[in-house]
Design a protein around this ligand. Structure first.
Ligand code: ATP
Ligand code: MG
Ligand code: MG
Ligand code: MG
Length: 470
């Protein structure tokens, strides 16, 4: 059955409501209770206090469609078929109510009876020691045992530090050999695009103590997460999440505005998908009251905007295109997220200011590049040094591809080996300076490296926010 993304969201929430779940709207992307977290990254996040027992849930069964952000996945965006920075997670939750069997049975019914996904395409995975889950899949649900894959801790055990934790069971969809890596042993868990992970059922049944001991919890919980874009990708039988109806709508606007062709050149396609993804994330973030800033989630927002802007440049787009793309996002998502419609002009204003200011930086870079080229011409040389190309990248946020493209127009080239050496050295510096893993996701992002003087020009939003709230 071909179902739209909005239709699938509704079907999911209706199904769980019929099965006695208390359904509530998505919580904000800004964590309200967990101050250690920058942005909500899973459906269970806003419900954490119900899991730990510090707060009492409105019902022992809940279901939500939660707005999520995973900036750690940014390098995958536009490259894999399945990763976005912003996505929606459908989830059903049990706080000491039902457990494994009920969760898997309900989930299976939803997928095979409501969505009518053919059973033979589905492959469950379990934590390798979790015989209980394995038996449920085989004996209760009736999946042939050769299709139940046992995976290790990295994939199928959920824990963060100490506290409630447990094994999980994920459901994969077999997209067919055409998507595979060709390995006859290829199975769910393989890095290739054949088996698409779309639903994770987490069984929080243990408590992990300081000494690393696991004890059974008295009240066992269920926390599941299904990527809405991924299940829509399956239902609509399309290659990537960027071809899903609502996302495609934005993507098509990008293509149209860039006057680009999709499906011809890999790098162009990646840029189109990155712009599509990032502008969507930006709209939802500003919609939830996040403002561009030089730290915290405001900085995440700023980097997404500039990265999108940089890719727009690479596609040859010259105007403030991101501002216009805000409309496309709201046209596709406003029906489901009314706050976006209500804040539309505010969102556009923020994006416009940020985009214009970044444009100025890029223009300054263009002037510098012109000077470099004049100098080369005077010396009758045609190769720009890697050092100067890196300076443009590092100080003015100029991607190498853009520099190369401009040089090419004048039959000039760049010393790429030397450029890479500078890049590698800078990455190393950034790694030592930051000392955290999350930042790695941004390592290749030019704007990361903008000097403080330039960064500070992007300040001064507070008065604007107040103005807009009036
Ligand atoms: P993957 O292995 O594909 O990166 P994951 O194992 O990190 O996914 P989970 O933490 O299990 O993902 O999250 C639950 C579900 O949320 C996934 O099964 C998937 O459907 C969805 N999801 C996770 N990350 C993303 C993302 N970056 N973009 C879109 N959907 C996602
Ligand atoms: Mg992941
Ligand atoms: Mg996974
Ligand atoms: Mg997973």
């Amino acid at each position: 059955r071909k179902m739209g993304l909005n239709e699938i969201r509704k079907a999911f929430l209706d199904f769980y409501a019929e099965n006695d779940h208390y359904v509530t709207a998505s919580y904000s992307l800004v964590p309200q209770t967990d101050k250690s977290l920058l942005l909500v990254n899973a459906g269970m996040q806003p419900l954490k206090n119900y899991f730990t027992g510090t707060e009492t849930p409105p019902s022992s069964r809940m279901a939500t469609c939660q707005k999520c952000m995973r900036t750690g996945d940014i390098e995958n965006v536009g490259v894999t078929a399945r990763h976005a920075t912003f996505f929606e997670m459908l989830g059903n939750f049990s706080f000491g109510d039902y457990f494994k069997e009920e969760s898997l049975k309900l989930g299976w019914r939803f997928i095979t009876e409501i969505l009518e996904v053919p059973e033979e395409k589905l492959w469950p995975s379990v934590y390798y020691e979790d015989d209980e889950a394995f038996d449920i899949w085989r004996d209760v649900i009736g999946v042939p045992e050769e299709k139940i894959v046992r995976l290790g801790k990295a994939d199928n055990f959920w824990e963060i530090g100490t506290g409630p934790c447990g094994p999980c069971s994920e459901i994969y969809y077999d997209r067919g050999e055409a998507y595979g890596c060709g390995d006859p042993e290829c199975k769910p868990g393989c890095e290739c695009e054949r088996y698409l992970e779309f639903w994770n059922h987490v069984f929080t049944q243990y408590n992990k103590d300081e000494n690393g001991n696991y004890t059974e919890l008295e009240k066992k919980n269920i926390d599941t997460g299904m990527g809405l874009e991924r299940i829509a990708c399956i239902m609509q039988d399309v290659d990537t999440i960027f071809e899903v109806d609502t996302i495609r709508y934005i993507r098509d606007r990008v293509i149209e505005m860039a006057g680009a062709q999709y499906g011809k050149e890999r790098q162009t396609d990646i840029s189109i998908r990155i712009i599509t993804d990032h502008i969507k994330a930006v709209v939802f973030m500003v919609g939830d009251g996040i403002m561009p800033n030089n730290e915290g989630r405001g900085y995440v927002l700023r980097r997404l905007l500039r990265r999108a802007s940089r890719h727009a440049k690479m596609l040859g787009m010259t105007k403030a295109v991101l501002t216009e793309l805000v409309d496309a996002v709201i046209e596709a998502y406003g029906e489901s997220y009314e706050n976006l419609v209500a804040r539309k002009s505010f969102i556009k204003r923020i994006v416009k200011i940020e985009e214009d200011r970044f444009q100025t930086t890029i223009d300054q870079g263009l002037n510098i590049l012109t000077e470099y080229m004049d100098a080369l011409k005077a010396e009758q040389k045609t190769e720009l040094s890697g050092e100067n190309a890196f300076k443009l990248y590092d100080t003015y946020g100029f991607p190498l591809e853009l520099t190369m493209e401009i040089l090419e127009e004048y039959d000039m080239t760049v010393n790429q080996v030397e450029f890479s050496q500078h890049m590698a050295a800078q990455r190393e510096r950034a790694r030592t300076a930051r000392g955290d893993g999350e930042a790695l996701g941004w390592a290749s992002d030019a704007v990361d490296a903008l000097p403080k003087e330039i960064q500070s020009r992007f300040n001064g939003y507070d008065f604007l926010a107040m103005e807009a709230e009036v």
